[in-house]
Design a protein around this ligand. Structure first.
Ligand code: FVH
Length: 293
């Protein structure tokens, strides 16, 4: 068999924190020539045995490859690191967590500096990088042409999901999913608090809770279907009126168990407001309209 002599595209990686290092290692392992730079040089030096070339400055690192991947703490760090670099002709892929507004502003800024721009929102933690079965991925948005050009390289560390030309969409999808995650964690925190003072092993509740949350997942698709159709009664199984009638049971149980209702009450307040507006026969979807100002 002929040896594979096609050289993989070279990559520059700026930022070698926990995430940047994990990303860098996968490109090195896959045979991509990799130039790295990090504010604290020891983190870059640690990758030399794996084949990384270390640049002395961010500007030198940017000059080393057309594809420049940035994974820094925040947008302020991106400003500082890229300030004295020449981005003309570079394909800048920014995986730093940002707000949608920051991502859009950064895209405009990058284009004004002569770069093509792709924004990323990482849906993974470092141990998931380079482990396809872990299910992590990165949301990308901005230049579709740029995404297509580097798709093969970008998918080396973790999966890719392109969500549109608007550079803010990757951040928006990232924050939307993580916000839902925090809602789930809040619900689980309340559940564990309810049993905290009882002779119930949290480890016994955990699988029941996890299975229940998984069983409720189809409701998310039903919500989307109702939002698209504008008919919030479509397919409703448990009406808002019925669910509001049940809320005193939840609040009384919390009180009896000595648990603050502060995580549940705001959601119940919204349910009651929607009921008062006449949404009793609907699903819970009407709450979304109360949130959108
Ligand atoms: N780690 C995680 O679980 C999450 C998963 C989801 C995505 N996030 C985002 O990824 C970005 C980087 O996160 P990280 O885990 O690599 O973060 P750290 O390990 O804290 O490394 C931070 C790097 O940023 C450098 N840095 C910070 N400030 C500056 C600055 N002013 N100038 C230059 N570099 C700066 C820092 O350098 P050093 O401390 O090593 O010198 C690290 O390279 C982030 O947006 C997460 O939200 C990770």
């Amino acid at each position: 068999m002929e040896p594979n002599t096609v050289e993989k595209p070279s990559v520059t990686m700026l930022g070698l924190g926990a995430m940047g290092t994990a990303l860098a290692r996968t490109w090195l392992a896959a045979g991509h020539p990799l130039t790295v730079w990090n504010r604290t040089p020891a983190r870059a030096a640690a990758l030399v045995p794996e084949g990384a070339r270390v640049a002395d400055t961010a500007a030198q690192a940017v000059a080393a490859s057309t594809l420049v991947v940035v994974c820094l703490l925040d947008d302020t760090a991106v400003d500082e690191v890229l300030a004295d670099t020449d981005l003309v002709g570079r394909d800048l892929v920014n995986l730093t967590t940002s707000t949608p507004a920051q991502a859009r502003a950064r895209a405009t800024w990058a284009r004004s500096r002569g770069a093509r721009y792709l924004a990323g929102g990482i849906m993974a933690v470092p141990p998931m990088i380079g482990v396809p079965e872990a299910g992590g991925y990165v949301f990308y948005s901005g230049s579709r042409a740029l995404f297509e050009r580097h798709r093969e390289t970008l998918r080396v560390p973790v999966g890719t999901t392109y969500v549109g030309e608007d550079a803010g969409f990757a951040a928006l999808h990232d924050v939307a999913l993580l916000s839902a995650m925090y809602g789930m964690f809040a619900g689980a925190a309340h559940a564990f608090a309810l049993i905290r003072r009882e002779d119930i092993d949290p480890a016994a509740l955990a699988p029941l809770l996890a299975d229940w949350l998984v069983a409720m997942i189809p409701a998310i698709h039903q919500t989307a279907d109702q939002l698209r159709s504008g008919d919030y009664t479509r397919g409703v199984v448990s009406t808002l009126a019925m669910q509001v009638a049940g809320t005193p049971t939840f609040l009384s149980t919390a009180e009896q168990q000595g648990v603050s209702p502060e995580l549940l009450s705001p959601y119940f307040d919204l349910m009651r407001r929607r009921l008062a507006e006449g949404g009793g026969e609907e699903d819970l979807t009407g709450v979304i309209d109360l949130l959108v100002r």
